[in-house]
Ligand binder design. Structure first.
Ligand code: IMP
Length: 189
């Protein structure tokens, strides 16, 4: 069984623990969210903004299940802090390709943990004069929240555990899993 220490070696992958959300539940919930978003944004000017890299799989599945047209754009941000705790100081690594004034923006995030990354993103996007800004997060850890924000669309609320899979990584590993799982060993802070 690989341990977290093995990640130093190429190809080292940490062992998985409990499954937190299985593949069938993910697909079912993504379908429900897409139906709700399709209703809410019918006749509007939707741009879905995927936050790289963690939201890629969620965004791809969500878009395929929409019944309305939506443009897609991406932002990549890096948060200064330890590997598992964000500091709230966020650097934009990749910005949107197009202006968003007057558009209805839906930020698609993998997980809201402290909420600090999202708080920064919402501030930046709101300053660009969109018609509206909402958030769709696959996962949220309410116990960890440091700022008061509640995404309009949430896939699942999960306990305060570090999880991987369905786009979420540990040290760039395990994003490919079609389900969300804990690691066998706790992640060092
Ligand atoms: P926040 O600023 O603390 O809300 O952190 C949000 C970002 O931290 C997410 O977009 C993820 O990239 C990362 N993150 C937070 N919790 C987890 C986790 O359990 N697994 C993988 N990445 C996580």
């Amino acid at each position: 069984m690989a341990s977290l220490g093995d990640l130093a070696s190429p190809g080292g992958v940490p062992a998985l623990g409990r499954t937190v959300v299985d593949a069938a539940s993910l697909q079912r919930r993504v379908g429900e969210l897409a139906a709700q978003i399709s209703r809410d944004y019918a006749g509007r000017n939707l741009v879905m903004i995927g936050i790289l890299k963690g939201a890629v799989i969620f965004l791809a599945d969500l878009m395929r299940a929409l019944t309305i047209e939506a443009e897609v754009d991406f932002m990549a941000v890096s948060s200064y802090g330890s590997s598992t705790d964000s500091s709230g100081v966020v650097r934009i690594l990749k910005d949107l390709d197009a202006p968003v004034a007057g558009r209805d923006l839906l930020v698609v995030e993998d997980i809201v943990d402290s909420g600090l990354t999202l708080q920064y993103l919402l501030r930046t996007l709101t300053a660009r004069d969109p018609a509206s800004v909402e958030v769709c997060a696959l996962l949220t850890k309410p116990e960890r929240r440091q700022v008061a924000l509640q995404p309009r669309y949430v896939g699942f609320e999960i306990p305060d555990r570090f999880v991987v899979g369905y786009g979420l990584d540990y040290a760039q590993r395990l994003r490919r899993l079609p389900y969300v799982a804990e690691l066998a060993e706790p992640v060092p802070g």
